[in-house]
Design a protein around this ligand. Structure first.
Ligand SMILES: Nc1ncnc2c1ncn2[C@@H]1O[C@H](COP(=O)(O)OP(=O)(O)OP(=O)(O)O)[C@@H](O)[C@H]1O
Ligand SMILES: O=P(O)(O)OC[C@@]1(O)O[C@H](CO)[C@@H](O)[C@@H]1O
Length: 304
């Protein structure tokens, strides 16, 4: 079974305003509410790609209930730990540019954190864990490192997609995949990643710190895949960009779905880029059909 873990889920409130003016009354043309948070997005895309999975993490209040209802409607298995506050609402303002305001997240107690460690401790060989997104202030900074330790002890491959700060905490642990975007990778090494060559060079540095595979995503400029034996670059296909929120999470879901079905890293990476871009070209997250259609248009080249 694939498990996703979202410590800080969100209701993503999408507001479309054609000409946003700060400091004035704006009226939106459209608003949407989606269950969000990085691990939850991975779960939703995996399900659309016909891969069964279970979503773990913390949920609370009326917003938490909304997320449960939506995941239930999409037939996604969940095993969230209930917290007493409201799960946050993250605002995604779409105008000429995309502006995001992410909330801090609900308070989590020590007992609830322990409960999650215990849940993760039941995962066994053959399972995968995707741990993604920010950690609320009440969760210790070494949470992902602890989770990676538990997974390493039980031979459970773990994929981590989080901020550069949280990523620093887990360097040295055995990780199946990490997927920083080029900004996060730059922050990690105190540099600016401005080209495919930079992404490759610093992705290789990151590989020396423990992960088995690294994907450096670069938005509309595509992505670089780095592993011990193979490095690839894939261009992102052209299309009408509607929503880049969740593109990176879709990429992780695309990679994992193809990897568990075919066990080929090259195809998994191709699938990852197609899935990320398919979401960028959709209002919500992509569908299986979107991904299959884009797959034909992904151009890949070897970098080594
Ligand atoms: N403008 C775009 N055009 C085409 N594809 C895109 C675009 N933006 C993103 N993608 C696709 O999605 C992948 C991941 O995008 P990105 O690097 O923005 O991830 P991210 O920063 O982790 O995103 P998020 O945190 O919002 O989920 C890219 O490698 C690419 O395949
Ligand atoms: O605040 P975090 O946890 O870093 O990111 C949360 C978030 O921006 O990430 C997802 C897109 O990747 C959204 O669904 C969600 O609102």
């Amino acid at each position: 079974m694939i498990y996703t873990c979202t410590l800080n889920p969100s209701v993503d409130y999408i507001i479309q305003v054609s000409e946003f003016r700060a400091g004035e009354l704006n009226r939106s043309e459209n608003t949407f509410y989606y269950p969000g948070g990085k691990g939850i997005n991975v779960s939703r895309v995996l399900k659309r790609l016909k891969v069964e999975n279970t979503a773990l993490g913390f949920l609370g209040g009326f917003t938490g209930q909304f997320i449960k209802n939506e995941l239930h409607a999409e037939d996604i298995q969940i095993d969230f730990i209930e917290v007493s506050g409201n799960t946050r609402v993250n605002v995604k303002l779409k105008s000429d540019s995309e502006t995001e305001i992410n909330g801090p997240g609900a308070e989590v107690t020590k007992e609830q954190i322990q409960k999650l460690y215990d849940q993760i401790g039941t995962l066994k060989q053959g399972d995968f864990l995707v741990a993604a997104g920010s950690t609320p202030a009440s969760v210790p900074a070494n949470f992902y490192a602890e989770v990676a330790k538990i997974c390493n002890e039980n031979d459970v491959p773990i994929i981590v997609d989080t901020s550069s700060q949280a990523l620093k905490e887990i360097l040295g642990k055995r990780l199946f995949l990490v997927k920083p975007n080029h900004h996060e990778l730059g922050e990690l090494f105190n540099t600016v990643i401005g080209s495919v060559d930079d992404a490759l060079a610093y992705g290789k540095k990151l590989l020396q710190e423990g992960p088995e595979h690294v994907i450096v995503s670069m938005g509309g400029d595509g992505a670089v895949f780095i592993s011990k034996d193979h490095c690839f670059f894939a261009k992102a296909p052209e299309g009408e960009v509607k929503n880049t929120v969740g593109a990176g999470d879709s990429m992780v879901a695309g990679f994992l779905s193809a990897y568990v079905k075919e066990n080929s890293l090259e195809n998994a990476f191709k699938y990852a880029v197609a899935t990320g871009s398919a979401t960028a070209f959709s209002e919500d997250l992509c569908t299986n059909q979107d991904v299959e259609e884009l797959l034909q248009r992904i151009e890949m080249e070897r970098l080594d």
